[in-house]
Design a protein around this ligand. Sequence first.
Ligand code: SIN
Length: 314
Amino acid sequence: METQIGNIKFSHPIFNASGPACTTLEELEIIGKSESSAIMMKTCSLEPREWNPEPRYKEVPLGSINSMGLPNLWYKKYVEFSHILKEKYKKPVIASVVWFCSTQACNNDFEIIVKAFQEDSLVDLIEVNLSCPNVVGKPQIAYDFETSDTILSLVENLWNKDIGIKLPPYFDPSHTNAMSEVIKKHPQVKFITCINSVGNTLIIDPETEQPIIKPKWGFGGLGGEYVKPIALANVRAFYKNLWESVKIIGAWGILNWIDVYEFLLAWASAVQLGTTFAKEGPEAFARIKKEFENYLEKKWKKSLDEVIGKLKEL
Ligand code: SIN
């Protein structure tokens, strides 16, 4: 069940997404105690951020819609938490960082955060979130290839921890190709997470005749089963462009072992639980891990190398 992202080994491929219930130390300790193979912390910024107004998260039949707004306690707290979590739980701890501004004047801000995680924290990996759709007035950076390139130039080579990028869904090969070209220019990018929620979707309650969440006029990030095929296609498309130079983490729509299996066949090396963790709590990690382990045993698979990327073309 062992897998690897950059130089970091994971005991199995299932851990939490930087999304639900990973903002406070108390929440992160719950993940630490669970069978999640890593502790992914909430995306953090240079200053603390409040939650978007409620209602901001709703479960719907095939998933969830959210507009949390990247609430976080500020980056220094997560640098501090990384020491506590690493000491206590002895598994990979991953930082997730964000940057809100695309003018030259703010570039230093982003460097400050990544530098702090590189130099002062015990995190194993740093995920740069270029894809949150829920901050009013801020576009999803990874749809702008030039700005993404500039940011990666700023945050690579600040020290020796591997970095990765959390990407939004792309819907056309010209876009996955353009982002792949950006990634190829930055060798310290050792992993990508495919995908963040499908941004700016709208779900209407016909009874109340209103959107079901409040922020951004009801426009939020869609996750869960609805978006699994999009996530799988993004994993596969990036694999075909980048081959083995970059590891891929799959996200959204992982309800059971079958979903894990599909993501790994497409070439994900690990998967993150978002909606399923929010719905089911930390027991979800143990359940899906056990199911997946049983299946591998039944199929006589000795390691994940016999699964990862083994999708058969028709
Ligand atoms: C949020 O905090 O709004 C969700 C996290 C994300 O989209 O990156």
